[in-house]
Write a protein that binds this ligand. Structure first.
Ligand code: NAD
Length: 325
């Protein structure tokens, strides 16, 4: 990775990944793009930024030519909950943007990364310790686009030799940028509400286990996979990765270690609950560990501590009492 283009760079992942890539590879070597332009956002202000709609393949190719890009990190997509509300838009954006980005990577010999998701699994997938290679029959539009994307990336590697790589991200938890309409967003919202109101109403039901990961581990995993020796990679485009699996009561218990008065009740949202029910309880990340030394650093309590430290700095503490971090 010497000259990197990031699409969808103002989102939850891109806003942190871009800043880290600039630190490591140099400000002039990372071109951040998004369909939006947000004044004052560090991604826009502190380095190269241009607007790009990923459905405009010609413009993407021009940017890659103009900036001599050799690596594309393609993040622009519609997430699971929003995709269920707007399935046709999700298909058009998730597949149309991807095929444009893959075509540009093919034409310009770029290394290529795009994330898949635990949403690529479905009701008939084994739910516990879900294997790397298993049944994938998702019943959501998001899942349909993610399985298709995994296959398309495999195809571009096999047919055209494009160096495509990817992971199946679990729910990602972060404090910098709010998540963009996924099913696991509750596990971010809960920290904000705990700090602001000491209570939270969960839209995901008690007992619903899903895989999760703290953003620093997600960012490291992208860079580690992209830098990995290609000859070690057997599963190029869809490595299961996870750092923890929990259900709402367990994240609430972790929060109570820092805010003892925290309480939680439930108002289950059927759409997001049905999506969550179709996903695994916990996935097996053995292939990622074997093939490129995937090694997450944050478990639930370590993540909770870091979330509160950083959110308290970001939001201030409305109660004027220190959180026990
Ligand atoms: P996000 O919704 O936070 O950000 C997506 C970004 O894409 C936004 O800034 C949006 O403005 C931009 N965008 C939308 N339409 C566009 C278009 N036509 N052209 C260019 N940009 C456009 O998403 P995220 O959480 O950062 O996710 C990035 C990728 O990671 C997606 O492929 C997503 O499926 C995958 N993923 C995310 C998670 C998670 O928990 N965040 C988990 C699994 C997989």
């Amino acid at each position: 990775m010497k000259k990197i283009l990031v699409t969808g760079s103002l989102g939850q992942i891109g806003s942190e990944l871009t800043m880290r890539l600039r630190e490591i590879y140099g400000e002039k070597n990372v071109l951040a793009t998004d369909i939006r332009h947000v004044d004052g956002n560090p991604v826009v202000e502190n380095g190269l930024f241009d607007t790009l709609d990923v459905l405009d393949g010609e413009r993407m190719q021009k940017l890659v030519n103009d900036y001599h890009i050799d690596t594309i990190i393609h993040l622009a997509a519609l997430l699971s909950a929003t995709a269920e509300q707007k399935p046709l838009l999700a298909w058009n954006l998730n597949m149309g943007g991807l095929v444009n980005a893959l075509e540009v990577a093919r034409n310009s010999h770029c290394q290529f990364f795009t994330p898949s998701s635990i949403g690529a699994f479905g009701l008939s997938t084994p739910k516990d310790n879900t294997p790397q290679d298993t049944i994938q029959r998702p019943n959501t539009m998001y899942g349909v686009t993610k399985v298709s994307a995994e296959l398309l990336c495999d195809y571009y590697f096999a047919k055209f030799g494009v160096d495509t790589r990817g992971v199946r991200f679990p729910g990602l938890i972060s404090y910098k940028t709010l998540p963009g309409g996924g099913t696991t967003d509750y596990a971010v919202d809960i920290y904000y509400e705990a700090l602001k109101n000491k209570k939270y109403t969960s839209y995901i039901a008690k007992g619903t286990y899903m895989d999760m990961m703290y953003m620093p581990d997600a960012i490291d995993s992208i860079m580690k996979l992209m830098e990995a020796d290609s000859s070690r990679l057997k599963h190029r485009n869809a490595f299961n990765i996870t750092a923890m699996s929990f259900e709402p009561e367990e994240i609430a218990a972790s929060i109570r270690k820092f805010i003892p008065e925290f309480t939680m009740d439930y108002q289950v949202d059927l759409v997001r609950q049905q999506i969550a029910d179709s996903w695994p309880n916990s996935i097996d990340a053995a292939a990622a560990k074997e093939e490129w030394d995937f090694n997450p650093q944050y478990d639930l309590d370590r993540m909770t501590k870091s979330m509160f430290e950083n959110l308290a700095k970001k939001l201030g503490n409305p109660f004027g009492e220190p959180v026990l971090v």
